[in-house]
Design a protein around this ligand. Sequence first.
Ligand code: S3P
Length: 171
Amino acid sequence: MTSNIILTGFMGCGKTTVGKGLAEELGFSFIDTDLLIEKSCEMTIPKIFATLGETYFRQQESLVAEELSKGSKQVISTGGRLMLDTTNAKILGESGHVFCLVASAEEILRRISNTTEPKRPLLDTPRPLERIVELINEREKGYKQFQQIDTTNKTVEVIVIAIKKLFTQAT
Ligand code: S3P
């Protein structure tokens, strides 16, 4: 097993938590694209969106995708829209196996409300549930191109073992 695992899916679907568990389970390194961008820009994601703009952030995502595609044995937790860009999806997709974590809009809202991480400017609105539903609908077709992993009502351990099994079978 030398290739990467790439986790995609909407914000709050558990990519980071599951990714960390999976990396530990497989002895792979864990990488979070949002953290890489925050480090290289020396700014939080909301600050990047507010000062440099979303387009700049998306360009950073593409640079990171290209760089990470050169590595192996990495579990890569990608920002919720990174893999919906065709070029990013091709380059990272060819470096490993992609899994798309899925949860209901209500579950997503519950999870993002329980976190103190200030990294989701797109959901910083008075009606976040409506925004989540709207964005999921917009992105649904893009997410569906990847293997779906339903995370609703499942523990991190169960999800990790399920993905590990699928990855092992696929490689
Ligand atoms: C985004 C998802 C966020 C982060 C940024 C934009 C998106 O990452 O990249 O706020 O457009 O879906 P997570 O999916 O890890 O929350």
